[in-house]
Write a new protein. Structure first.
Length: 300
């Protein structure tokens, strides 16, 4: 099987490459069809997904069986100040990949986000709930989803949230850096969600990829916590002697020295479609985080 990965140098793209090279993930072996897969790893320096002609030519030339669309403009605050770039990558980029996949009959797995929802739920959100994003990031990602559905016949749209991994920047690494540098960190305790280890997400994506169970999926770690709860566990597992102090979203915004996009107050997702198809093997967020610390090698 030949697989094209966009955003291959990011935390999810890197984890997918690691799994495909090893023939297994932290959760177990990959499907037999993937154990000798040919991987075309691209990132912004090798494939501009915002350029329709470049994408079409690349996909036509290499003829992958599947495209894993991990590239995105994920700087939520940056999307507010640079909506043109967010639109180009998150919406037009998705459209270009969908059209190219359809032309050669390839599968397309498109990674999306909890930010397509307004964040006012009181329980984990199912796939059948109606999106209503409140940020530029969420709006452009939702348009990307629409383009995938419009232009591609064989697609998986997978929404995830609170993602962290071994490669690249993420919340876990930021909290470790701040805790080590300052001995204390203040974190909001009124935004709830489900931390997701990239190793778990990569495993589920690859299990799904070899099937024809097309559609919209949610895929996040098990359980619900606040950013404050998450940080407390990060600091505890790290062994860094630091204190974690809760604060409200309004207090955080008041102290911020930059544009702050609207964040979902509640962004936990229900992995209903996984349960109904390949099975939901996502670990609880605490178990997955503990495993992360068993393998993580901090950068010096």
């Amino acid at each position: 099987m030949k697989i094209l990965i966009t955003g291959a140098n990011g935390q999810l793209g890197s984890e997918l490459r690691r799994c495909l090279a090893a023939g297994q993930s932290e959760l177990g072996p990959l499907p037999a069809k993937l154990r000798h897969a040919t991987v075309l790893a691209t990132d912004v320096d090798t494939l501009d997904i915002t350029n329709r002609h470049e994408v079409a030519a690349y996909v036509r030339h290499h003829a992958p069986d599947a495209i894993l669309s991990c590239a995105a403009y994920t700087n939520v605050d940056g999307c507010e100040t640079n909506p043109e770039a967010a639109f180009a990558v998150n919406a037009i980029g998705a459209r270009n990949l969908a059209m190219a996949a359809e032309e050669i009959g390839a599968k397309l797995m498109h990674i999306s986000t909890d930010y397509v929802f307004p964040g006012d739920a009181k329980a984990p959100v199912w796939e059948y709930e109606t999106p209503a994003p409140r940020s530029v990031y969420g709006k452009t990602k939702l348009l990307g989803e629409a383009y995938v559905q419009q232009f591609c016949s064989h697609y998986f749209i997978v929404r995830t949230a609170w993602l962290y991994g071994y490669t690249g920047g993420n919340f876990v690494k930021t909290m470790l850096r701040l805790a080590k540098a300052n001995g204390s960190v203040a974190v909001v305790n009124d935004q709830l969600g489900s931390p997701t280890n990239a190793a778990d997400l990569a495993h589920e994506l690859l299990q799904l990829l070899v099937t024809k169970e097309y559609g919209v999926y949610h895929c996040t770690g098990g359980g619900v916590c606040s950013w404050y709860d998450f940080t407390c566990e990060i600091v505890r597992l790290s062994g860094i002697p630091a204190t974690v102090t809760p604060c409200s979203t309004q207090e955080y915004i008041a102290n911020a020295k930059k544009t702050v996009a609207a964040r979902p107050a509640y962004s936990a997702l229900e992995n209903a479609m996984l349960k109904a198809t390949v099975g939901n093997e996502m670990r609880s967020w605490k178990e997955a985080l503990a495993c992360f610390f068993e393998h993580y090698q901090p950068e010096e």
